[in-house]
Ligand binder design. Structure first.
Ligand SMILES: Nc1nc2c(ncn2[C@@H]2O[C@H](COP(=O)(O)OP(=O)(O)OP(=O)(O)O)[C@@H](O)[C@H]2O)c(=O)[nH]1
Ligand SMILES: [Mg+2]
Length: 434
């Protein structure tokens, strides 16, 4: 692993403190004996932790920095510590629950919660067994929260599990419907069905500056609000932007990634994040100033793979190395001097590097869309008609100037083959000059 446990611990603290009313009182790096062991840590370590947890009245709960802990581990440690226990999955779930505002993000979170409800169900079953063995066992002093799925004993474990499975299917279907609606809206909004705008999916680690970048590049930015907290964006959304030579594009804002995220959480977001696959270009926004930037990069790559993002999109990705205002100047230079990678250093807050990035997106789009440069010679009286037609068809107009006799206009445009064929149907093909 590239990261070190202290950086991971810092990230966990930021994650916990994203929740209002949650403050980290004590943080410790503790070696893990065995991830599969019921007590996770060695005996001596558990005793050491028990001392701290039991004697400090400020501690209301314990967070273990693992992606998720299983039923046996939960019961074992809760029996010893008698304080609410959290793993990364439960903390992230709480963040999502607290900040989710739209119907779509609420549905995603309900879906992400299903594995937790299943775990509660299994735990309930274990506790019933524990009670059978020792009827005097005081469960309420061990499990502070209501871990009972419900107290209805007439419904069996398997029936309850089935209810959860059905709920899971229903939520997935509702999310698909919302996604479909968004797609239909996008199609009807775009001015030409044959030529919908290219999509630039903006992805990256949480808090790297994705929303800030889109806010800086989009035409209408009022709805976007970048924030200095983890998981500020919980929905995917499309925003229109304009590249050099007036080419219109759509930027897709996405949910940030984080290391060691449980698979169940990713799969809950899979339906909406699969929109990334429809993009023409991936724009990976990295926080170049973060001490763990390389590990974050690795996490993003792994997450893209587990989401099933097309390799071809990943191979042609643009990397934005953001927050360079926080870096020593020397580091910035080394990055600029590496022309092989499609890297663009930026400081969004200081508006540095944005025009170079726009040109980079423009160039890559041309390459990927198989576009070519052509010249047109059009009569002056048709100039405004053809000009607005070309804009509507999303052709890039590079240069326009009147001929010496002022009877015609010369246009240099960048256009794909399909749009060119449509142009030839609508206008005299002799306007195209070689
Ligand atoms: N110093 C500095 N801060 C920046 C820069 N770009 C963005 N930020 C800050 O970084 C924080 C996170 O920005 P966002 O745009 O919300 O990040 P995000 O990637 O959308 O985050 P999530 O939606 O949580 O995944 C905000 O406080 C921004 O103001 C930059 O170039 N320099
Ligand atoms: Mg965001």
């Amino acid at each position: 692993m590239i990261t070190n446990p202290y950086l991971q611990l810092d990230e966990l603290v930021s994650l916990i403190e994203t929740l209002p009313n949650y403050r980290v009182f004590k943080k410790l790096v503790v070696p893990i004996k065995d991830y599969k062991n019921d007590s996770i840590f060695g005996r001596g370590k558990v005793e050491e932790l028990t001392e701290i947890i039991k004697h400090d009245t400020n501690i209301d709960g314990v967070v273990i920095g693992l992606s998720s802990i299983d039923v046996a581990q939960y019961i074992t440690l809760q029996k010893i510590w008698r304080k609410p226990l959290y793993d990364k999955y439960r903390i992230i779930l709480q963040i999502f629950k607290h900040y989710a505002k739209t119907n779509e993000s609420r549905l995603q979170i309900a879906l992400a919660e299903i594995p937790y409800l299943k775990m509660k169900l299994r735990m309930n079953q274990q506790i019933v067994k524990m009670k059978e063995i020792d009827p005097t066992l005081d469960i309420s002093s061990i499990f502070h929260e209501n871990i009972y799925f419900n107290n209805d004993n007439r419904t069996s474990f398997h029936e309850k599990l089935e209810i959860l499975n059905q709920r899971e299917d229903k939520l997935k279907k509702s999310l698909e419907k919302i996604k479909q609606g968004r797609e239909n809206r996008k199609m009807s909004n775009s001015s030409s069905l044959q030529n919908p705008y290219p999509i630039i999916a903006v992805i990256g680690y949480t808090n790297s500056g994705k929303t800030s970048l889109i806010k800086a590049l989009a035409v209408n930015q009022t709805k976007l609000s970048p924030e200095n907290r983890l998981f500020a964006t919980l929905d995917v959304s499309l925003h229109q932007g304009i590249l050099p030579y007036s080419e219109k594009v759509l930027y897709l804002d996405t949910i940030g990634f984080i290391s060691d995220i449980p698979v169940s959480l990713i799969s809950a977001f899979q339906v909406t994040l699969s929109d990334i696959n429809r993009a023409d270009i991936l724009l990976h926004v990295r926080d170049a100033s973060h001490p763990d930037t390389n590990f974050q990069n690795l996490t993003v790559m792994e997450t893209l793979k587990s989401l099933g993002i097309k390799q071809e999109l990943i191979d042609n990705m643009i990397e934005v190395h953001n927050k360079i205002d926080l870096l020593p100047k020397l580091t910035v230079h080394t990055k600029i001097e590496n022309p092989k990678l499609k890297i663009f250093p930026t400081s969004i807050t200081k508006s540095v590097g944005l025009s170079e990035l726009l040109t980079g997106i423009h160039m890559l789009l041309l390459k990927r869309q198989n576009k070519s440069t052509i010249h047109l010679k059009i009569p002056i009286q048709l100039y405004s008609k053809i000009y607005s037609y070309l804009l509507k068809m999303n052709a890039s107009i590079v240069k326009t100037e009147p001929t010496d006799d002022s009877q015609n206009y010369m246009l240099e445009i960048v256009i794909d083959q399909k749009t060119l064929s449509i142009f030839k149907i609508n206008f005299d093909p002799r306007y195209i000059v070689v």
